[in-house]
Design a protein around this ligand. Sequence first.
Ligand code: UTP
Length: 409
Amino acid sequence: MSKYDEALEKAKKYGQEQVFKYYDQLDDSKKTELCEQILSLDMDVIESCKHMEELAKKGEISPIKTLELDEIDENSDAFTFEGVRAIADGKVAAMLLAGGMGTRLGSDDPKGMYNVGVTKDLYIFQCLINNLMDVVNKTGKFIHLFVMTSDKNNDATIKFFNDKNFFGYKGEYVHFFKQEMAAATDYNGKIYLEEKGKLSTSPNGNGGWFVSLMKAGLLDVIHNEGIEWLNVFAVDNVLQRIADPVFVGATIMNKCEVGAKVVRKAAPDEKVGVICLEDGRPSIVEYYELTDELMNAKNEKGDPAYNFGVILNYLFNVAALERIAGDKMPLHIVEKKIPFLDENGNFVKPESPNGYKYESLVLDMIHEMDSCLPFEVDRKKEFAPIKNNTGNDSVESARELLKFNGVEI
Ligand code: UTP
């Protein structure tokens, strides 16, 4: 069977024949590219948008104990000692999730290239490297840094790091790899075209990072270097501590498969995922899944029972990650603005959401872990996410927090 026949058969099977609308207008190489893209794309996930109600089902939620600031303070020397030892022994690596599109910030460049400086250049990537260097200086050990990008931003990201000389980091300790892409569809699950010979795709969420890392062959580095812990973090929190010794030590000493940095919620309805137990296993409930009853529940101390939000900074045990690597992850169907070709073949960048993207999320990996240590951090010192230009979680708020922490901007 020719590639075209195979691709057409697949498209028909999934009711996606519209992707061939402009096929006859394409030159031969574009025809082949389109067929290859159709053949390589996972179309099963798209079927899920027809039974969305089944995706959201949660088990029974109950509170989980968080290691709070006062307890961390009391044990800080012991935790730090253990953490420094693990890092100095090369057992800890850092894992930067930088495959997102950063649509809310609205820059065409990868988010990490955003310059948050005011009187001087200070790029988001640079802030993260500076934070990592603090630990390198403290432990005397360079830490391997894995960086996940996507088809959309990989080349620009690598070029930027090279142009900037890795901001003083050792290049041989930095490993880039690409995540997978997923189709973007209209509300009926029909895949959009972004060019006449190209399906509309976007990164498939941040939950596939470990599988993509394995596919890129980087598990060899992890095994050869004896790395036992991976500190996964988001690109946009310019204040976060990476491979933070006290956090590493606390997770190891509490014998947990994963540690999760959390902050005390600013208000019961703050839009952060809340750490909890679900059917007795660690889990995260998204803010929109939090019922009024859970939001107002109190613990024995009279404090809100679900009071700690995750900040996308997790320390995963590598053996546990390898155990779950074959498991199917829950799918999240998210309404987004998807650039597409309209019925006249004109490229349109919509002003409001016009369809779905299909993603898996790193927070769902927590539920797969047998044990989790929620570890409280002071939000003023460690949480300055840049999602928007202004307002909450923005360039403006992050600049204020950087200044508050003595970072020259
Ligand atoms: P966000 O949920 O903030 O998404 O990602 P985003 O794509 O960066 O921004 P918006 O929603 O389009 O404005 C949280 C973290 O997960 C990474 C992001 O790069 C960020 O570090 N991420 C997200 C990925 O690595 N891959 C993805 O597919 C999605």
